[in-house]
Write a protein that binds this ligand. Structure first.
Ligand code: NAD
Length: 450
């Protein structure tokens, strides 16, 4: 597990502000009426969610700035536009995705017809984290509603302004008997997890992922766990290092490094490390200027606990650029660390902040071995011109996603599944994969009586 959990389970002694049992019962009652099943209801909910995002853009951007110092352009692109794209892609294809799919019937059963239909699951719980507090609450909700479910959204208490905005706005726009928001932290989530849900979709760290899965087991509730971990970047000799550095820096320093699929560290193959570090220093200056503290698009660390955790890692390796920090404003400069030892503290846990260590490895074999000796990453990135390297990384490593040439971008391709493997999670979503996650795929066989 990369991050310590925000708290321990079972510490809830005081009753939660909203009675979770009553909210879950209301949602279950609404689902039981069948109102969430028709395509028309699903499309109407998605249209209403679209209106929320377009009518209330300013309020949402203000909340995101207040929680994470997110600049308006970055916040619009990664939280609002991203969710709108996911929503529009779903609306454009939903009818087609919901069409029953014919299945071939073996000769000995004929005449008969077989088909596969997607049934809604019932009431789903979505538990969201703080780092993209809007996107990671609403993109799963798009899938849950598209699949015809009632849904309960639990935003992260560590992004309180966005949590409050969701709690205020979702009931205004959506069917309030079938969609609810419960705010709160560990006690409230612990109480929610005692209820029976038909699916739990959790995004966050692996320690809490285990708590969620254990709670789900009591009701035999299926879970999707969107977790994190260290996502490596392999850089091979012979690539354009200026382009590589620019794309790496963009992916890494987005949201001040607090992105689940941020490049965590670089494995610089052969003699690339020295030149790469110079290009990374240039790229940081091009993106954020000489003093990133004054750049409107550079974010802040979410809280003091994470700030202290990150600044404790600053002693590792040699600082190429960055390292400046200010606890009062939770500012930590985009930082590149060179000559980092493979077992340095910064290499032991998911960084989840704006520190980019470079570890030199002699060749591709060593890079592949390095990746395979550690937890399966949420994403593996590589900059290479070699088709053989691409083939070897595809065949010889395991990760949630594998992206060549543009870190982080795979998550914005709606036809690609998004999710982890092993310690980086289980299950997947986005586009049609969300529909699968939030549906039961039901077999129907119809044999005439005659
Ligand atoms: P967080 O602290 O906001 O926790 C996530 C959710 O879990 C919150 O809603 C929180 O209230 C709840 N929670 C916390 N402690 C709990 C407990 N003891 N019992 C029940 N619920 C509890 O966010 P975080 O975990 O710090 O998020 C960062 C992690 O999430 C990183 O590891 C990151 O890589 C990962 N992440 C993954 C994805 C993905 O899509 N795979 C996306 C974003 C973040």
């Amino acid at each position: 597990p990369s991050n310590p959990p925000a708290g321990e389970p079972g510490t809830a002694t005081a009753p939660a502000a909203v009675a979770p049992a009553a909210v879950a019962a209301r949602l279950r009652e609404a689902f039981a009426t069948g109102r969430t099943k028709p395509l028309a209801w699903r499309l109407a909910q998605l249209a209403a969610l679209r209106s929320l995002l377009t009518d209330r853009t300013e309020a949402l951007l203000t909340a995101l700035h207040s929680d994470l110092g997110k600049g308006a352009r970055e916040a619009y692109r990664t939280e609002i536009a991203f969710t709108l794209n996911e929503l529009d892609h779903t609306v454009a294809h939903l009818e087609e995705w919901l069409r029953p799919r014919p299945a071939a019937v073996p000769e000995n059963f004929r005449p008969a017809e077989a088909r596969v239909v997607r049934d809604p699951l019932g009431v789903v719980l979505i538990i969201a984290p703080w780092n993209y507090p809007l996107q990671l609450a609403l993109a799963p909700l798009v899938g849950a509603l598209a699949a015809g479910n009632a849904a309960l959204v639990k935003p992260s208490e560590l992004a309180p302004a966005t949590s409050a905005a969701l709690a205020e706005l979702l009931p205004h726009y959506l069917d309030r008997d079938a969609v609810a928001v419960v705010e709160g932290g560990v006690p409230e989530t612990t109480a929610l997890l005692e209820q029976r849900f038909d699916h739990i979709f959790y995004t966050g760290n692996g320690a809490v992922g285990r708590i969620v899965m254990a709670a789900a087991a009591r009701h035999l509730t299926p879970v999707t766990l969107e977790l994190g971990g260290k996502s490596p970047v392999v850089v091979e000799p012979g690539v354009d290092l200026a382009v590589t550095a620019e794309r790496l820096a963009r992916g890494k320093f987005l949201n001040a490094g607090q992105t689940c699929v941020a490049p965590d560290y670089v494995l610089a193959v052969g003699d690339t490390a020295a030149a790469l570090e110079r290009h990374l220093a240039d790229a940081v200056e091009t993106l954020y200027g000489q003093d990133p503290a004054t750049h409107p698009e550079y974010g802040r660390i979410v809280n003091e606990r994470h700030f202290d955790r990150l600044t404790a890692l600053l002693g590792d390796g040699r600082t190429v650029i960055g390292g400046q920090h200010d606890r009062a404003s939770r500012y930590l400069a985009p930082t590149v660390l060179a000559d980092v030892a493979p077992d340095a503290p910064v290499m032991r846990e998911e960084i989840f902040g704006p520190l980019l260590p470079i570890v030199a490895v002699p060749d591709l074999d060593a890079a592949i071995a390095f990746v395979n000796e550690r937890d399966k990453p949420l994403a593996l990135y590589a900059f290479t011109e070699s088709e053989q390297t691409k083939r070897r990384l595809t065949e010889e490593t395991s990760s949630g996603a594998l992206t060549f040439g543009l870190p982080v971008s795979h998550l914005a391709v709606p036809e690609l599944p998004f999710g982890g493997v092993g310690e980086s999670g289980m299950g997947r979503y986005h586009g049609e994969y969300s529909l699968d996650t939030f549906s039961h795929t039901k077999a129907v066989l119809d044999k005439p009586l005659g």
